[in-house]
Ligand binder design. Structure first.
Ligand code: ZN
Length: 76
């Protein structure tokens, strides 16, 4: 059983294009491994989450302050 030999568009290595090979058909298995891309995406997502959490906590802080001001105004 043989598979078609393809040349990787990333590293120019020849590789067997197996039907169950994950990733792109024109990339060797090593270059198909999405490690770098995934970790970059992961980092970006984490940064976004941190920003979202920061924005949310700032919003909550502003809301708390508004409620406190409202109470203060009512009491005085
Ligand atoms: Zn490659």
């Amino acid at each position: 059983m043989s598979f078609p030999i393809k040349t990787c568009v990333i590293c120019s290595e020849e590789f067997e294009l197996k039907p169950d090979k994950p990733g792109f058909a024109n990339r060797c298995p090593a270059c198909s491994a999405p490690e770098e891309t995934d970790s970059t995406k992961e980092n970006r997502r984490t940064a976004d989450d941190a920003d979202a959490r920061k924005a949310e906590s700032e919003m909550n802080e502003a809301r708390r302050r508004a409620i406190r001001d409202m109470r203060y105004r009512k009491e005085s």
